[in-house]
Design a protein around this ligand. Structure first.
Ligand code: NAG
Ligand code: NAG
Length: 243
């Protein structure tokens, strides 16, 4: 009893794929088949008339007054500066025959997400959270990037110390665009960072020691070559430099 109903609904949902557009954009609604000559056009949004033409003047209603234009030779309706209240199911009636249905969904662009990471006090796991307002921007997807890997998931990604990627970033995506966060380092790779830091410091100290040795040799050579006055000045500077 239930099965046929479910199948019918699924088929309907697939056949009416919505058209997504960004707030502020221009939508061009084109009837998919047109009888010639056109003598009458009615575009409706839901049950309400948006624009109508019956051979005389073109009349626009409500949110189409300033934003809608109608081409009487093609039946095309253009809406400029789309707002949220232009969303809905559009029906074109040309020469009193319903010839087209289009679902238009006007949504916001996604913001740039902020990615942050929090770990438990024992450092057994960390959770990255991809944070960005999705108000008016749905349907939104979260795509994650780590090294060469990319995958789609929720707004959170949990890792343990087995995770060897150096950094993560996330991307907010919706049908009208996408925006990526900054890269954030894997906190478990910090110990390796520290090792590298210490190594760098050791190398630096060795360099300083080598430099000082060479410097001392040159100091002796300079001292024998210069006159006493300059020698005294240089010695003073060198004494100040000594440590
Ligand atoms: C549509 O939305 C705009 C702003 O988003 C508003 O100024 C306008 O009054 C709305 N029009 C209708 C008919 O709801
Ligand atoms: C209507 O559409 C046709 C075909 O695209 C175009 O040539 C014509 O200029 C359009 N008319 C108006 C008033 O925009």
């Amino acid at each position: 009893m239930w099965f046929p109903v479910v199948v019918w609904m699924a088929v309907t949902a697939v056949s009416t794929e919505p058209l997504y557009m960004k707030i502020g954009d221009t939508a061009v609604l084109t009837p998919n088949s047109v009888v010639n000559p056109i003598t009458s056009i009615v575009w409706k949004l839901g049950p309400n008339i948006a624009m109508v033409w019956n051979g005389g003047k073109i009349v626009s209603y409500q949110q189409f007054k300033d934003r809608g234009t109608l081409n009487i030779s093609t039946g095309v309706m253009i809406i400029t500066g789309l707002t949220r209240n232009h969303s809905g199911t559009y029906t074109a009636e040309i020469n009193f025959k319903i010839i087209d249905k289009t679902e238009l969904l006007v949504i916001s662009a996604v913001p740039q997400p902020n990615l942050y990471v929090l770990c438990d006090p024992e450092m057994t796991y960390c959770v990255f959270t991809c944070d960005g307002s999705t108000t008016d921007a749905e349907p939104v997807e979260y795509e994650w990037t780590a090294g060469d890997e990319r995958w789609t998931s929720t707004n959170q990604h949990r890792i343990t110390k087995e995770e060897k990627e150096w950094w993560f970033s996330c991307t907010l995506e919706n049908p009208v665009g996408s925006s990526s966060s900054e890269k954030v380092h894997n906190p478990f790779m910090k110990s390796d960072w520290r090792v590298m830091f210490i190594l760098t410091e050791v190398i630096l100290v060795v360099c300083i020691i080598i430099f000082c040795f060479r410097h001392k040799c040159r100091k002796e050579r300079i001292q024998t070559n210069l006159n006493t006055n300059t020698k005294r000045n240089i010695r003073r500077v060198l004494v100040e430099l000594e440590w």
